[in-house]
Design a protein around this ligand. Structure first.
Ligand code: GRF
Length: 203
């Protein structure tokens, strides 16, 4: 499965995906990593593994759609089959999404539909939930609302801060994302409306 990863920052999820591929746990290849931020550590991580790393500067485009179409162009040039959002801090326009129907996935650091949007771990900690986690979902036109593929749950402890909770969730993200991508690579994931069916799962 040919992946194209979009990332804006640290890129620890990108790294987890790279590592899973190198350990032969994920039958996929990362064809290109694209960022909207020149200094994104994700770009550096890609280069370290000889993966094409491309910065697309939003300031060079007149609007969101023009920008998104520039991203589409790069992804098509690299023949990307699945677009993987890994800390990509922009909402994609419908013009982008129509080029990859049910072929865009995202990871979010909460148990959706709770706490969509920015700083989800802090939102969860401030709310006082006893459990939180992370979610991998298909991407639709709205923020963090697409069909859910899989989730992992983590407890929130009494002495947690938003930061310690975020760390605990991040560890799980790094397991969850490669696992879901492998299911997709195996052709086991089907979407019907809001429901996602994964063949061969016991639950
Ligand atoms: C992760 O917490 C992910 O869930 C969210 O953005 C963060 C990206 O972290 N969408 P990283 O860049 O993968 O380290």
């Amino acid at each position: 499965l040919k992946l194209g990863v979009l990332a804006s920052g640290r890129g620890s999820n990108l790294q987890a995906i790279i590592d899973a591929i190198e350990r032969n746990e994920l039958d996929a290849s990362i064809e290109v990593v694209i960022s909207n931020r020149a200094g994104a550590k994700a770009l550096e991580r890609a280069k370290n593994h000889n993966i094409p790393a491309i910065y697309v500067d939003p300031k060079e485009y007149t609007g969101k759609e023009e920008y998104d179409l520039a991203l589409v162009k790069v992804l098509k040039r690299y023949e990307v089959e699945l677009v993987v959002l890994a800390g990509f801090m922009r909402l994609l326009t419908p013009r982008f999404i129509e080029h990859f129907p049910n072929r865009i996935v995202n990871i979010h650091p909460s148990l959706l539909p709770a706490f969509p949007g920015l700083e989800a771990q802090k939102q969860a900690w401030e709310y006082g939930v006893r459990y939180s986690g992370c979610t991998v979902h298909f991407v639709d036109e709205n923020m963090d609302t697409g069909p859910i593929i899989d989730q992992e749950v983590v407890p929130v402890y009494q002495d947690d801060t938003a930061e310690t909770l975020a760390e605990r969730i991040l560890e799980r993200e790094h397991r969850l994302y490669p696992r879901v991508l492998q299911w997709i690579a195996e052709g086991r994931v089907k979407v019907r409306g809001r429901k996602v069916y994964i063949s061969g799962l016991s639950n």
